[in-house]
Design a protein around this ligand. Structure first.
Ligand SMILES: [Fe+2]
Length: 163
């Protein structure tokens, strides 16, 4: 098992996520995502209401049995072009399922401190290891479900690990 990141193949409905993101963020985020970054330099929105049903379906699809701890947290992140998120661990999760939903993401890099760098579209991440994300020419939009499951357990139980 790769201790940092595991690629997955899950048939996520990208158009649905994009449409929900647009709908959800219209009155929260201005058209220029870079204009209102938080203290980490990027915007995050915890998904509620109309997001919840689809996010829950995705999250539960990963397990043969429903997760024992049910405090998963779906979020969407907007990161400006040409920006590096500072190295950090995710404080509210042990692992995460990440889907990069912006089409052109080939330049975006996920760095683990003193570890490897990844380019990916969908993966389970070990968010307990310090990491950073660098964008170059393109802004990045990420749909993410934070999980309390330890990374190794999540990967072992996941039905969508890329072989
Ligand atoms: Fe993170």
């Amino acid at each position: 098992m790769n201790p940092y990141l595991t690629h997955i193949d899950y048939p996520i409905n990208i158009d649905k996520i994009k449409a929900l993101a647009r709908q959800r963020t219209q009155d929260i985020v201005s058209k220029d995502y870079a204009s209102i970054p938080d203290q980490h330099g990027f915007n995050r929105i915890t998904i509620k209401n109309n997001w919840e049903a689809y996010a829950q379906k995705i999250y539960y699809d990963f397990f043969d049995e429903y997760p024992t701890i049910d405090n998963y947290k779906p979020k969407i992140y907007f990161q400006a072009a040409n920006y590096q998120v500072p190295f950090h661990t995710d404080t509210d999760a042990n692992s995460a399922v990440n889907f990069v939903i912006l089409d052109d993401v080939d330049e975006t890099e996920l760095l683990f401190e003193d570890g490897p760098t990844f380019k990916y579209r969908s993966a389970i991440l070990n968010t307990n290891i310090r990491h950073s994300v660098i964008t170059h020419l393109k802004k990045r939009i990420l749909f993410k479900i934070n999980s309390p499951e330890p990374y190794e357990d999540f990967v072992k139980r996941c039905k969508y690990v890329r072989l």
